[in-house]
Design a protein. Structure first.
Length: 464
């Protein structure tokens, strides 16, 4: 940082006051900057009292605080320009080939999740699998319920705008977000989901690939390595540990002895391996064990779309990055304080802004997802058990890995906290559930009545 100290001395032979000394902090100010200000001071020293107005103008622009504000404003402007340029480039790139861009982004998201085969193709569950059938059965109901939930939110916001007309403009942005979510949900197909063959219990939506829910097979069941419970047999598929703590599927080609076998690897190579190094794979239950739990999970993901959480998180990250850029522009890059401030700013933005915002979004999506599941006809009293099973899975995973992630360092709240928060929201969701059952009973009765009438009339037109 530049430290300027100006004193006013009466120049010998002159009646005016001029700047006579400028002191710099030699440990912080770069040489080029010190030289520049030395020349400026020397130039101002040749002025007489008649240039007092010009000296005041120069003193105003030499003021350290004003320069800092000017630099900060310029850095913020550049950050906004970079954001706008990137956004415009992304929109232009997507508009040239919408389908190709969507496919490319879809593959990129799947690769980032690690759900790809060795040849780079996505690891997807078969369309005839039980996991895909379960999602296919529940998701259309949840999607229709999400549209109804969004319509009710819009109606409530319109009432607020009519009652509180002076504040109607404040609700305009929220109404715009709800309208954007409505367009997404209306164009969302009932088969708009992918079940990835991934062992982690996870589901998510991604802002780069709208109108698709990614569901992991690990939500329904997961694979766990276990010791072989019987002697190895030729042709058996087992796993063996490779370099980098990665388990590889291999096939037993020959049993050499009671403690050694010949295995064939995925690349076609063969090698000897000790039986103690082999592991079998057993199937264990996942966290989703009922349609109520799956309905809550899918409703949770659609709630992120309704509340525009992905764009909010992107805005938080962009704002934090812009503030960090402004701070870097103000600090001297050669100083130790600047290095510490640069490091601490990123950490502070992540743990004090981004992660708390993300945890709040998850709780909001839980509450809205419970309402959506209730509208879809799933008992809200059974749905929160999903997080009880999630907590048990997290505890088991912590025992195996020896790592426990504190809640303040996670983007998601503790599963116990989420379950407790949902139990408080069950009463309100139960009213929606009862209304859904009543509507479904009326619809079933109407359908049955029409079917009976159709059958009674059509019998007169059957050929004899």
């Amino acid at each position: 940082m530049l430290l300027l100290r100006t004193t006013r001395l009466r120049r010998r032979g002159c009646s005016g006051h001029v700047q006579a000394a400028v002191r710099f902090n030699c440990y912080s100010a770069p040489l080029a900057v010190r030289s520049f200000y030395a020349v400026a001071v020397q130039a101002s020293g040749g002025q007489s009292s008649g240039g007092r107005a010009g000296g005041g103008w120069r003193r105003f622009f030499d003021w350290a605080h004003f320069r800092r504000v000017l630099i900060a404003f310029r850095a913020a402007t550049l950050a906004a320009s970079l954001y706008s340029a990137g956004y415009a480039a992304g929109v232009s790139y997507s508009a040239r080939d919408p389908e190709g861009t969507r496919k490319e982004q879809l593959l990129a998201v799947i690769r980032n999740m690690g759900a790809v085969n060795e040849d780079g193709t996505p690891k997807l569950m078969a369309m005839s699998s039980q996991e895909v059938a379960a999602v296919r059965q529940v998701f259309p109901k949840v999607l229709r319920a999400a549209r109804a939930e969004l319509a009710e939110l819009k109606a409530e916001l319109e009432k607020k705008m009519q009652v509180d007309k002076p504040s109607a403009q404040e609700f305009a942005d929220e109404m715009k977000q709800l309208e954007s979510a409505r367009v997404q949900l209306e164009n969302w197909r009932e088969d708009g989901f992918l079940v990835l063959d991934d062992d982690s219990p996870n589901a998510f939506v991604h802002q780069f690939v709208p109108r698709i829910i990614f569901v992991h097979r690990g939500l329904f069941w997961r694979q766990a390595l276990a010791q072989l419970d019987q002697p190895p047999r030729v042709g058996t598929q087992v796993t063996v540990l490779k370099a980098g703590n990665v388990w590889e599927w291999v096939e037993i080609k020959r049993v050499l002895s009671a403690s050694e076998v010949l295995i064939r690897c995925a690349d076609g190579s063969e090698r000897q391996c000790a039986v103690s190094e082999l592991r079998g794979v057993e199937k264990r239950e996942g966290v989703v064990q009922s349609n109520e739990q799956l309905g809550l999970l899918l409703g949770h993901e659609l709630s992120h779309v309704i509340h525009n959480h992905e764009d909010d998180r992107a805005a938080v990250l962009a704002t934090a990055a812009g503030c960090q850029l402004v701070l870097l522009a103000l600090l001297d890059p050669t100083g130790v304080l600047s290095l510490v401030a640069d490091f601490c700013t990123g950490v502070l933005a992540r743990f004090a802004v981004y992660m708390p915002t993300s945890r709040q979004h998850e709780l909001e999506a839980d509450a809205t997802g419970l309402r959506i599941a209730a509208r879809a006809g799933f008992d809200p009293c059974l749905a929160p058990r999903l997080f009880d099973r999630m907590a048990a899975h997290e505890e088991e995973n912590s025992r195996q890995t020896g790592r426990v992630v504190p809640s303040w360092a996670s983007t998601h709240p503790r599963s116990e906290d989420r379950a407790a928060a949902l139990m408080e929201a069950v009463q309100g969701a139960s009213e929606l559930f009862e209304r859904s059952l009543a509507d479904q009973a009326v619809q079933d009765a109407f359908t049955s009545f029409n079917s009976s009438r159709s059958g009674g009339v059509s019998r007169f037109f059957r050929p004899r």
